[in-house]
Design a protein around this ligand. Structure first.
Ligand SMILES: [Zn+2]
Ligand SMILES: [Zn+2]
Length: 284
């Protein structure tokens, strides 16, 4: 039975890896593409970040053109923008992208996107872009309304080098939180993150490391801007969320390692699971 798009709330993971694409025989199960998540809610299409997973999303959308996309960037590290020049619908007239994000102080989102996301080092000439690009500068704590859908943002920057912004998508009492590229605090839970995630149906959270890796005295990851799955579970419990998607996997974590982490996550939090490329979660 076909679902009516105007009454669905679906999350689809197109890229779940952090930092750098990690293709190969050891990452087949979870996927090697970097951060890109699509949400289809109340007939609207939202995209979070533009890592290399975006390329496959673009291919998938080819049969549905023209499209109108509401696009939200957490920040602009390469693993969140590298797919942008390979998003096929951008090069086709008639498509509209509403591009949201925080730009560095003194610069508009339009200028930032055109100069830095669409960088001259891109292997694809960006002047070929034919889609209608509309830009929206976001502030921390700002709320955007898209018809019946509400998108709230974290009240302050996430704890990440150069900063990042978290998002909460709400519709008819359901909510999904996209909170990636954030490091937990050393001595307490991050109120900014817990409040964003409060009572959500699904929290998608950066849990790149295990606690053991994060605190490894030989190669600590303190200050790198990422959290651990153990800290993700603490946030999930404190915020009272239903489901927790461990996201932004460390590129050196192969399928076996992630399988093992998945078992531990499940033991620690019943609604916890590891995001996988291609995975679809329906909220209704
Ligand atoms: Zn990242
Ligand atoms: Zn980052």
């Amino acid at each position: 039975m076909a679902t009516n798009p105007s009454s669905e709330f679906v999350v689809q993971f197109w890229g779940v890896r952090g930092s750098v694409p990690s293709p190969g025989s050891e990452t087949v199960l979870y996927g090697g593409n970097t951060s890109c998540v699509e949400m289809r809610v109340a007939g609207k299409r939202l995209i979070f970040d533009g890592g290399t997973g975006l390329r496959m999303l673009g291919k998938n959308l080819q049969s549905q053109l023209p499209i109108e996309v509401y696009w939200f960037f957490s920040h602009y590290h390469w693993d969140h923008i590298q797919g942008v020049p390979f998003f096929a619908p951008a090069f086709i007239e008639g498509n509209t992208f509403h591009i949201h994000g925080t730009a560095p102080e003194g610069v508009s989102m339009a200028q930032h996107f055109n100069e830095h996301v669409l960088h001259k080092n891109s292997p694809v000439p960006i002047k070929e872009i034919k889609a209608d690009l509309k830009f929206y500068d976001l502030s921390f704590g700002e709320v955007t309304t898209l018809g019946e859908v509400t998108v709230a943002t974290s009240s302050t920057s996430l704890n990440h080098p150069n900063g990042a912004i978290g998002y909460r998508v709400m519709w008819r009492g359901h909510s999904v939180v996209y909170c990636t590229d954030t490091e937990h605090l050393p001595d307490r839970l991050d109120k900014n993150v817990v409040e964003l995630a409060r009572d959500a149906d699904l929290l998608i959270y950066d849990a790149m490391y295990t606690d053991e890796e994060y605190n490894n005295p030989k190669s600590p990851k303190v200050g790198w801007g990422h959290s651990s799955w153990q800290e993700a579970v603490k946030v999930a419990k404190e915020a009272g969320i239903k489901q927790l998607a461990i996201f932004h996997h460390e590129p050196n974590h192969n399928d076996d390692v992630l399988d093992q982490i998945g078992v531990q996550v499940k033991e620690a939090f019943e609604g916890g699971f590891l995001a996988r490329e291609g995975m679809i979660v329906s909220l209704l």
